[in-house]
Design a protein around this ligand. Structure first.
Ligand code: MOS
Length: 736
C-alpha cells in the first residue's frame, strides 16, 4: 500500500513556494480582496458591557447616515433556521448565537451589523449605534476565578500517587500562562453572496472550506453543494480559522437581509475577541525521581479559561501522557468560565501549554539530582510505545532529535551550575526542552486534470494557510509521476474541488499527500490503459512501473518506446483527463501509535541589571518523518519557534477588571515576537520516513515547532541567572 520509490530522497531539496510570487506581488487575492459586483460593506457594532441584557438598541442616528442600507439586530434579522429556537441553537453547537439573543456574554459581542454603500459610511454609522442594557456582574480575571473551579480526572490514572511520595527528589510548583491571541496578519473577512434564495457563495478567510460549507448548510438548512466557499490564499491562521465564527454568520445574515453581496472585515481590535485565542491557564506539577534519575511519577493539574456560553478544554495534560514513561501518572483538569469570548485551538494547542510545565519541572529536577537535563530526558523517554494507549510507536526519533540538537548548539558549553557565565551585567545560559504531538491523518481527496500538452493540475479543497501544503503537493506530484515541475499546477482552497479536511492539528500534508499519491497513481494507470490501445506492452502494468515525462509515457521495467501524449490523445479522442481519488487512515491506526517530535535548544543572554533578555541562538530539530520540501518545512519550524519566543517573553492578552474589556487590543498594545526578537534559528530534521502513516511517510510539523520552545527559553534563563520563572510571559520585571 505504501508508495516508496528510490527517487524519494529522505530530505528533498529546498525550493520556493508555488504560491510565493502570487502572494508577494499581490496577485493572490485574500478573502476581502475579491471583487463582487454590487457588493456593499458591513461593520459590526460591539456591546459596550461585559454581562447583561440588551434593553433597547438605538438606531435612529445611524440610519440618518447617507448610504446606510439596513441594520441587522436581534430584533430585525433574516431567518436562520438552524438557530430558530433555544433547542436548535443548542443543537447547532455554533457557540455564540449572534443576533439570536438579547443576552450579553462578553464585552465586544456583536449586537448589530450595519450595512452601507461604502466602508466609510458603514463605519461611521456603526459608531452611532448605542444600546441600553441591564447589566449584571461579570468575571474576567482568570487568576481570581480559577480557584473556585474544582478539578476532575483527565484521562486514565497510571500506577498510584502514593508510591513515589518518599523519593529523594521531588519538585512541586505552579505555572501560569496568560491568554495569547493568534493575530494572523490577514484579518478575518467574509464576502457573502446569495446567488439565489438557497445558493450561497462565500469568499472567506478560514482553514477549512468544507467545514465552512457544512456549517452554513446546517445553519440555513440548504444542501452543502449549494454553498461554494473560496479561501485560496490565507494570510496566516494558527488555528483561528478552524471554526466558523459569529462574524462570518453576521455577514451571511446581512447579505440575506439586504439581498446584495456583503463584505465584512474585522477590525484589528475585533480580532482579539472574535476569532478565538489561547486561553489563560494555571498548572501545578509534582514530579519525583530517584538518585539515578528514574522519574517515577507525575501529578499534573491544569485549568484553562473558557467563555460563559461555551466549554473549551484546551487538553493541557494530554502531552504529559506521551513523551516519558512516567509509570505513575495522575492528571486532572478544569475549565473556568469567564465573560470573554470563547477561546480556541492556537498553534500547539494544549500541548504547548502543558509541555511548558512538564519541561520546566524536569529541568528543575535535573538540577536537584545533579544530572544533565539531556541525560535525564534520554533516560526517561518512552521510546518503544505510546505509554497511554500501549501501542508501539510507528516511528519515534525524539532521542535522535535531542542528540542532534545538543551537538548543534554545542551543549558542552553549558555550565552545570546556574549563573556561572558572566560578562559584566550580562549572564549567559543554555536551556533545552522537547515537544511531541500525536501525528494524525484524515480522509482527503485530490483531483488531477491532464491536457494533451502533458501539463497537469493537481487539486484539493484543502486550504494552504502559509504552511506550504500546495508546495508539498507539487513536490509529491512530481516525484510520483515524473512529470516536470514546470508542467505542474496546484489548485486548492475552494469547496468546488475534491473535499479535504481542514488544515489544522499538523494533519494537512499527512492527510492530503495520500490522496495526491493515489490520484497520481490513478493517472499513470489511466494513461497506461490508453497507451495499450497503441502498444500492447502497456496492458495490465502497475502504477509503479509507469514513468511519465514531459512528452509521454514509458515503462521502467521493459524497454518500451515512449508513447507520446499527443498519440494517446488522438487515438483515444481525448480532451482532458479528469480523475479523482481519496485516501485516508486505516488499520495501521489500530496497530501503531504515531507522533511527531522536536527538541529545542537555546542560548540566552540576560542583563541582570535591566532584565533585558536576548535569545542568542535557537536550534530546533524535528522528527517529521519524510521531509517533502525542506525549505517549507524549515519555515514551519522557525516560524513556530518565533511564536514560542512570543509566548515565552511577551504575549499576553490583558482583560480590564473594571469594565470587562480587553486592553492593548492592537498590534501596538499586544506584543509578539518580530524579526528583531528572533535570532537565526537553526532547523534540522531527522528525515526518516514513517512508512505506516501515509503513502509518503511525511508526518505533520506545524505544532512541534512551538511545543517546548517556551520551556527551553525559561530553562536557559535559569541556567543564566539561577532564577526559576514559571509564569509566562517572562517580561523583564520578572527577571529582576
Ligand atoms: Mo492549528 S492550532 O493546527 O491551526
Amino acid at each position: 500500500m505504501a508508495f516508496f520509490d528510490e527517487s524519494f530522497d529522505s530530505v528533498a531539496p529546498a525550493e520556493g513556494r508555488v504560491e510565493g510570487v502570487a502572494k508577494v506581488t499581490g496577485k493572490g487575492k485574500y478573502a476581502a480582496e475579491y471583487e463582487v459586483r454590487g457588493v456593499c460593506y458591513a461593520v459590526l457594532v460591539d456591546s459596550s458591557i461585559a454581562s447583561g441584557t440588551i434593553k433597547n438598541i438605538n438606531l435612529q442616528n445611524a440610519k440618518q447616515v447617507a448610504g446606510v442600507i439596513d441594520i441587522v439586530t436581534h430584533q430585525h434579522k433574516p431567518q436562520v433556521p438552524g438557530l430558530a429556537d433555544e433547542a436548535k441553537i443548542k443543537e447547532s453547537r455554533f457557540g455564540l448565537p449572534v443576533f439570536h439573543t438579547d443576552k450579553i456574554y462578553f464585552k465586544g459581542q456583536p449586537i448589530a451589523i450595519v450595512i452601507a454603500d461604502t466602508l466609510e459610511n458603514a463605519t461611521y454609522a456603526a459608531s452611532l449605534v448605542t444600546a441600553d442594557y441591564d447589566t449584571t456582574p461579570f468575571k474576567v480575571d482568570f487568576e481570581k476565578e480559577h480557584p473556585l473551579n474544582p478539578l476532575a480526572h483527565a484521562g486514565k490514572e497510571r500506577g498510584s500517587l502514593d508510591s513515589w511520595n518518599n523519593l529523594p527528589h521531588i519538585v512541586e510548583a505552579s505555572y501560569n500562562i496568560k491568554a495569547e491571541v493568534h493575530n494572523p496578519m490577514e484579518m478575518h473577512a467574509t464576502i457573502a453572496h446569495w446567488i439565489s434564495n438557497d445558493r450561497l457563495k462565500l469568499f472567506d478567510k478560514n482553514q477549512g472550506v468544507n467545514n465552512v460549507q457544512r456549517s452554513f448548510a446546517r445553519l440555513f438548512n440548504i444542501p452543502e453543494k449549494n454553498i461554494e466557499v473560496f479561501s485560496e490564499f490565507v494570510g496566516g491562521g494558527f488555528g483561528s480559522g478552524l471554526r466558523v465564527w459569529p462574524g462570518a454568520l453576521a455577514a451571511v445574515m446581512a447579505a440575506k437581509q439586504v439581498n446584495r453581496p456583503v463584505k465584512l472585515m474585522l477590525t484589528r481590535p475585533q480580532m482579539f475577541h472574535s476569532v478565538g485565542y489561547r486561553p489563560a491557564s494555571w498548572q501545578k506539577v509534582k514530579m519525583g525521581a530517584d538518585n539515578e534519575g528514574n522519574i517515577a511519577g507525575v501529578w499534573h493539574q491544569a485549568k484553562n479559561g473558557t467563555s460563559v456560553y461555551e466549554s473549551f478544554g484546551e487538553g493541557i495534560t494530554r502531552v504529559t501522557r506521551l513523551i516519558y514513561k512516567f509509570p505513575n501518572l495522575k492528571a486532572e483538569s478544569a475549565i473556568v468560565p469567564l465573560n470573554l469570548s470563547t477561546p480556541t485551538w492556537m498553534r500547539g494547542p494544549g500541548d504547548c501549554t502543558g509541555d511548558f510545565a512538564i519541561e520546566s519541572a524536569i529541568d528543575e529536577l535535573s538540577y536537584q539530582i545533579g544530572m544533565d537535563p539531556v541525560q535525564l530526558r534520554l533516560k526517561n523517554l518512552a521510546l518503544d510505545k505510546n505509554p497511554d494507549s500501549g501501542l508501539p510507536w510507528s516511528t519515534n526519533f525524539i532521542d535522535e532529535c535531542i542528540k542532534k540538537g545538543a551537538a548543534m548548539i554545542d551543549w558542552t558549553q553549558r555550565k552545570n551550575k546556574p549563573g556561572q557565565t558572566r560578562d559584566g551585567d550580562w549572564s549567559t545560559g543554555y536551556g533545552m526542552a522537547v515537544g511531541m504531538w500525536n501525528a494524525g491523518r484524515g480522509n482527503a481527496s485530490a483531483g488531477i486534470e491532464m491536457r494533451k500538452d502533458g501539463s497537469i493540475t493537481v487539486q484539493t479543497a484543502m486550504t494552504d494557510i502559509g504552511t506550504g501544503t500546495g508546495t508539498g503537493m507539487y513536490n509529491i506530484a512530481h516525484e510520483v509521476t515524473g512529470i516536470p515541475k514546470s508542467k505542474i499546477k496546484i489548485e486548492l482552497g475552494n469547496s468546488t474541488l475534491p473535499p479535504a479536511p481542514s488544515q489544522g492539528g499538523s494533519t494537512g500534508l499527512s492527510s492530503v499527500s495520500g490522496a495526491v499519491v493515489a490520484v497520481c497513481s490513478a493517472l499513470k494507470l489511466k494513461l497506461a490503459e490508453y497507451a495499450a490501445t497503441i502498444n500492447e506492452k502497456y496492458k495490465g502494468v502497475t502504477a509503479a512501473d509507469v514513468l511519465l515525462s514531459e512528452n509521454g509515457i514509458s515503462l521502467k521495467s521493459a524497454n518500451t518506446e515512449l508513447v507520446s501524449y499527443s498519440q494517446i490523445w488522438s487515438k483515444n479522442n481525448l480532451t482532458v483527463i479528469d480523475l479523482e481519488a481519496s485516501s485516508g487512515p486505516g488499520e495501521e491506526r489500530k496497530q501503531y501509535a504515531f507522533c511527531s517530535s522536536a527538541a529545542h535548544f537555546c542560548k540566552v543572554r540576560v542583563n541582570t541589571k535591566t532584565g533585558k533578555l536576548k535569545v542568542e541562538k535557537l536550534v530546533c530539530v524535528a522528527d517529521g518523518g519524510k521531509i517533502v520540501n525542506e525549505k517549507a518545512a524549515a519555515n514551519q519550524m522557525s516560524g513556530a519557534a518565533v511564536g514560542g519566543i512570543g509566548m515565552a517573553l511577551m504575549e499576553e492578552q490583558v482583560a480590564d477588571g473594571h469594565l470587562g474589556g480587553l486592553v492593548g487590543n492592537d498590534l501596538a498594545g499586544y506584543h509578539f515576537a518580530v524579526n528583531a526578537d528572533a535570532p537565526i534559528i537553526d532547523v534540522a530534521f531527522i528525515g526518516k520516513p514513517d512508512v505506516n502513516i501515509n503513502p509518503t511517510g511525511a508526518k505533520g510539523l506545524g505544532e512541534v515547532g512551538i511545543i517546548g520552545v517556551a520551556a527551553a527559553i525559561s530553562n536557559a534563563i535559569y541556567n543564566a541567572t539561577g532564577k526559576r520563572l514559571r509564569d509566562l510571559p517572562i517580561t523583564p520585571d520578572k527577571i529582576l
